[in-house]
Design a protein around this ligand. Structure first.
Ligand SMILES: [Cu+2]
Length: 115
């Protein structure tokens, strides 16, 4: 029981190692309530193709937020569904999060570093 709790805590907020994507197409998986990879780095100066796949039991609605505004919005993605968008972000660090209810504070958030 204690082991199970420790493992659960370790898994919470710890998205593992940052992932560096060298290609221009990448996929993030969302679940209730997390996003994997949680820290993702992608090339700058390119048009990127991002796919979101929902592995949770709830719908999620992903956004990518810069310093002052969202630069990309995915529609409501149903459980088991996926959605793809292309975008060309400037260099910088962005937040990936779910806009629904309090999903972001429950853990459905990550970082996207461009460059
Ligand atoms: Cu959500």
């Amino acid at each position: 029981m204690l082991v199970a709790i420790a493992l659960t805590l370790a898994g919470c907020g710890d998205g593992g190692e940052p992932v560096r994507e060298r290609g221009t197409s990448f996929t993030v998986a969302v679940d209730d309530y997390l996003v994997r990879p949680q820290q993702l780095r992608v090339p700058k100066g390119k048009r990127l193709t991002m796919t979101v796949i929902n592995r949770g039991r709830l719908g999620h609605s992903l956004r990518i937020r810069g310093a002052s505004r969202n630069i990309l919005a995915f529609d409501f993605t149903r459980p088991g569904a996926s959605e793809t968008r292309t975008f060309k972000p400037g260099p910088g660090t962005y937040t990936i999060y779910c806009v629904l209810a309090n999903h972001e504070e429950l853990g459905l958030n990550g970082s996207l570093k461009v460059g």
